[in-house]
Design a binder for this molecule. Structure first.
Ligand SMILES: [Zn+2]
Length: 174
């Protein structure tokens, strides 16, 4: 069962994620993403994507927000919001899902806002499953490789590796 937050908390969380988009540094993709976190102590921490001319060096909004939170002493969270300009709203990439799983229990909700103010919500547990990770990786591989055939091959290899790792992680974490 998902953690619950109040309507007021959700409104603040979503507004902060949506307004954080304006702080993004994304001159290459023009793809703005904002993220906000609600800590267990009731504070809100935001982040936005920070790109680099070398694509993999850039950092996603989620990891910027979590990094900021952790260095400020926050390691427990009640909810996460991610906002982008596309519809449906973008979901965290595979790397971010792994990063977030370090700090989120499976029941923590992740709200994903689109450009029109609509959203979908899933729990950490739902996005951090072999299937969830695979779909996030698949999108990333197609974008980066630019070749669907090779992307299929590469993502199959990644899927096999990740399922093995996921099962090990699951045993260790839970
Ligand atoms: Zn990411």
């Amino acid at each position: 069962m998902a953690n619950t937050i109040t309507t007021q908390e959700l409104e603040i969380l979503s507004n902060k994620a949506i307004s954080a988009k304006s702080t993004a540094y994304c001159p290459y993709s023009k793809f703005r993403v904002g993220a906000s976190l609600l800590t267990h102590s009731g504070e809100y921490i935001t982040g936005a994507n920070v790109e680099n001319v070398s694509f993999p060096v850039g950092t996603c909004a989620e990891r910027v927000a979590f990094g900021t939170a952790v260095v400020n002493g926050h390691k427990e969270f009640k909810a996460v919001a991610v906002a982008s300009d596309i519809t449906p709203g973008a979901s965290p990439c595979g790397m971010c899902r792994q990063f977030m799983r370090e700090f989120l229990t499976p029941s923590v909700p992740i709200y994903m806002y689109d450009g029109q103010g609509g959203h979908i919500v899933k729990t950490m547990g739902e996005v951090f499953s072999p299937t969830g990770i695979y779909s996030a990786l698949w999108c990333g591989v197609v974008v980066q490789v630019g070749d669907v055939g090779f992307a299929i091959f590469l993502s199959l290899v990644l899927y096999i590796c990740l399922v093995g790792q996921y099962l090990q992680w699951d045993n260790i974490i839970t």
